[in-house]
Design a protein around this ligand. Structure first.
Ligand code: ATP
Length: 241
């Protein structure tokens, strides 16, 4: 039985279908990177996995248990936490307060404040700084730390490197590598940077217009196949191009 099992998931925004029949499984210790162009449906998929968007159809199961009807706060208790795109921190609260809220409302487990500060040492000198004054990379570290403090089985990381400096991205990925290597959780990550996504993922899922165009270990595909999937180009279209 897989840790996370998603079957035929369809999500709508009014009349627009943003996610069309997506299915995948994720095991503990595995990293799945979701890639795709702007508007492909990545954020809608992540929000649906987190319980922030109600799907129009399909099923989400965690360790075999159907959680499709659970709301976001119930899914955190069940073991799914998201670090959302745009970070959504409490801007007037300090870094320590933002982290504490998550620790107090999360599940018990191996991730506590000390361990988060060990994984993201750049936050140690910033504990008393209001989150609203942080740089993008620092905010991202707090947001991921917050998700970790709920001790999830599955952590969802939306748009990890969006808007960050190359140095901040490098630092974050070093922290993420350590989390990944602990093997404690399954990671679903949305990453716009193809090279980084393919280097970090155990498996990649490429979305175009809401559909899964390609799915599997990065080594199974050529760069040309991945680029074609990214732009939703099918073989028959490519032949006539
Ligand atoms: P991006 O990389 O630009 O964030 P994405 O792959 O995450 O894109 P989504 O944000 O999930 O894609 O958007 C998928 C489609 O759903 C797009 O056509 C988008 O315009 C539409 N959409 C997203 N959110 C809403 C909303 N709240 N109301 C209406 N349409 C929406």
């Amino acid at each position: 039985m897989s840790l996370l099992s998603v079957t035929d998931l369809t999500c709508r925004h009014g009349l627009l279908t943003a996610v069309r029949g997506i299915g995948f499984t994720l095991e503990r210790g595995e990293t799945l990177c979701i890639i795709g162009a702007n508007g492909a449906g990545k954020t809608t998929l992540m929000r649906t996995l987190a319980g922030a968007h109600v799907p129009a159809g399909g099923r989400i199961a965690l360790a075999g248990r159907d959680i499709t009807a659970e709301r976001a706060f119930e899914r955190v208790r069940s073991g799914i936490s998201m670090s959302p795109e745009g970070r959504r921190l409490f801007a007037d609260m300090t870094v320590a307060e933002n982290l504490r809220v998550a620790a107090e409302n999360g599940r018990a487990g191996g991730w506590d404040m000390d361990r988060v500060l060990g994984a993201f040492p750049q936050l140690q000198p910033l504990l008393d700084v209001p989150a609203g004054r942080l740089s993008g990379g620092q905010r991202q570290a707090v947001a991921i730390g917050r998700a970790l403090l709920s001790n999830p089985d599955v952590i969802l990381l939306d748009e990890v490197s969006l808007g960050l400096s190359p140095a901040a991205i490098e630092g974050l990925y070093q922290s993420l590598s350590a989390i990944r290597e602990s093997g404690e959780m399954g990671i679903v990550l949305v990453e716009q940077d193809l090279t980084r996504a393919l280097g970090f993922a155990d498996r990649v899922l490429c979305m175009a217009e809401g559909r899964s165009e390609l799915q599997g270990p990065p080594a199974d595909f050529t760069r040309a196949q991945i680029t074609a999937a990214y732009f939703g180009i099918h073989d028959d279209e490519a032949r006539h191009a």
